[in-house]
Design a protein around this ligand. Structure first.
Ligand code: SF4
Length: 217
């Protein structure tokens, strides 16, 4: 495996961690790092942004499969797409990493923070920041904003890409043959990715066909 993981310790004197996970490929490296460091953690899967339902189920089931492999609790939260679309109204044509994405992370982390608060977690973090397609500073801002209303709750803004984390993310995904999503998640990112592909003479995205490490996918 690439690089060496440092021994992790939870900030804020926390004894257990809530991990907001967006998908198995992004959370795989975090999950293995927590196991290696002996950190007690729970996965919180709240991603009503993912569209369509078929893609949502593919991503969720892949994450459940890996959580079960590690014996990690998995909280399967709501798929309240109406609320997501209500908050996204007027932002349909915003670019990725723009204000629609800030709203999207805010919404998912707010629910994660509420769950953390209600269930005695002093520390929460999230997986999407490990992806090179994401703006880590934007994600960290959203995480801190979500945790701020709750006394004693900290958003852990660890840089999961460093020390070989980005490479290990891909290595784990290939080893586990995770489902490989080809767009961020929402219907607008699907639309924009398809436009880009069509302009390049490629076909539109097909759901459920591409897996890491599967050259025929
Ligand atoms: S592009 Fe991704 S982060 Fe941005 S709004 Fe869509 S699903 Fe959310």
């Amino acid at each position: 495996m690439s690089g060496t993981r440092e021994k992790l310790t939870l900030p804020n004197g926390g004894d257990k961690l809530l991990l907001h996970s967006c998908c198995a490929p992004c959370s795989g490296e975090l999950m293995e790092a927590f196991v290696e460091s002996g950190i007690d953690y729970t996965i919180f899967f709240y991603n009503p942004n993912i569209h369509p339902l078929k893609e949502y189920e593919l991503r969720k089931q892949e994450n459940i499969r890996f959580a079960e492999k590690h014996g990690v609790p998995f909280v399967d939260a709501d798929y309240d797409t109406d609320n997501w679309f209500a908050r996204a109204k007027g932002m349909e044509n915003e670019p990725e990493r723009g204000i629609r994405c800030t709203m999207c992370f805010d919404m998912r982390f707010e629910r994660s923070a509420l769950y953390a608060h209600k269930h005695g977690f002093k520390v929460m973090t999230s997986s999407p920041g490990i992806s090179r397609w994401k703006n880590m500073a934007q994600i960290n801002d959203c995480g801190h904003r979500a945790a701020a209303p709750y006394d004693g709750l900290t958003y852990w803004d660890y840089n999961w890409r460093k020390g070989g984390g980005s490479s290990r993310m891909i290595e784990i995904s290939k080893r586990e043959q995770f489902y490989q999503q080809e767009y961020c998640g929402c219907v607008y990112s699907l639309r924009d990715s398809n436009r880009h592909r069509v302009a390049q003479g490629r076909g539109k995205i097909k759901f459920g066909v591409l897996f890491y490490g599967d050259e025929t996918g």
